[in-house]
Design a protein around this ligand. Sequence first.
Ligand code: NAP
Ligand code: G4F
Length: 331
Amino acid sequence: MAKKSLVTGITGQDGSYLAELLLEKGCQVYGLIRRSSNEPTDRIQHLLDKIQLLDGDLTDQSSLDQAIQTSQPDEVYNLAAQSFVPTSWNQPVLTADVTGLGVVRLLESLRKYKPNAKFYQASSSEMFGKVKETPQKETTPFHPRSPYGVAKVYAHYITINYRESYDLFACSGICFNHESPRRGLEFVTRKITHTAAQIKLGKAKELSLGNLEAARDWGFAGDYVQAMWLMLQQEKPEDYVIATGKAHTVREVVEIAFDEIGLPWKKYVKNDKKLYRPAEVDYLLGDSTKAQQKLHWKPETSFEKLIRMMVKHDLKIVQQETTYPLPALKE
Ligand code: NAP
Ligand code: G4F
């Protein structure tokens, strides 16, 4: 019988890649989707006839109970979150509620209705924040630098606690930044590749950025969902760092993106102090030795290939964009 997998955050970047992977593996895929006044399914449009969507929200216990009871999943991947770090300073309570408490709500539903399901939590390298050692591994202490990072630390420990308290198969992937052509436009890599494409095609004049010296260990989302799946195929639940082991600055993303479009970046990139964060995470670099040894996982896509892939995709979609006038209020 096909394995049943429930994915929260299925409409997000990772959710869309993971849903594709799970379908390839022959799973019956359920996705949690929250109410929206417009269509949130752009990234999974091509999968809609192959998956089942269940209404729910991580802030609403009864909807999670219902989703677990209806889907009776063998595996649950919790990818839903308020995931944009700057928003977490403007909406700290909402971020704590969704990204932090949302996880204990989901674990409670599992404990009550499907305790033998395997559970994956999307932990984050933002938990390392002001880093205590470099590179960061599973045992590196946390020092989060944003309300988002703090919420993820709670989520991480409550996942460990439910594993230890109730013997649930619950584990976390501590994923470093991962990107793709499906990345939200507000995250820095996609902001750069999309605006560069707009500049190339005459649809934007400049690119405003904050801290160009921040460094991240950037990988490809398609590679990272493989690791998530592998973690739930193990005999024992354990936490793993998922990273490429190479760090690059925001400036390097800009250099590659503008090289791809053949324009000099210094002419177009403006520094905007408003885009700096109240507390920055300066340098993240992950050590994924454990995942490589135990899961036999390794990243396949290089940083340069990733950024060039994103620019090429953005050139195509910016080219295709047509602007329709809004319908008049009165004809
Ligand atoms: P994303 O594109 O922002 O997707 C977030 C998903 O969460 C969307 O499907 C969103 O639904 C859903 N969501 C938000 N609030 C919700 C709520 N209250 N109830 C139910 N669903 C809700 O994020 P991503 O990049 O795919 O990341 C997936 C997960 O990995 C997140 O938990 C993120 O924090 C974590 N993570 C990401 C990275 C990375 O570099 N991408 C690294 C480490 C950890 P809508 O479509 O309706 O907004
Ligand atoms: O792309 P970012 O917004 O990603 P950030 O904050 O590292 O968070 C992402 O990765 C985390 C994993 O470590 C995830 F948990 C989280 O959900 C999310 O996916 O910013 C990256 C860096 C920052 O240092 C920021 O200060 O880019 C710098 N930056 C410079 N100018 C900018 C900008 N970031 C954004 N978003 N926009 C700018 O204009």
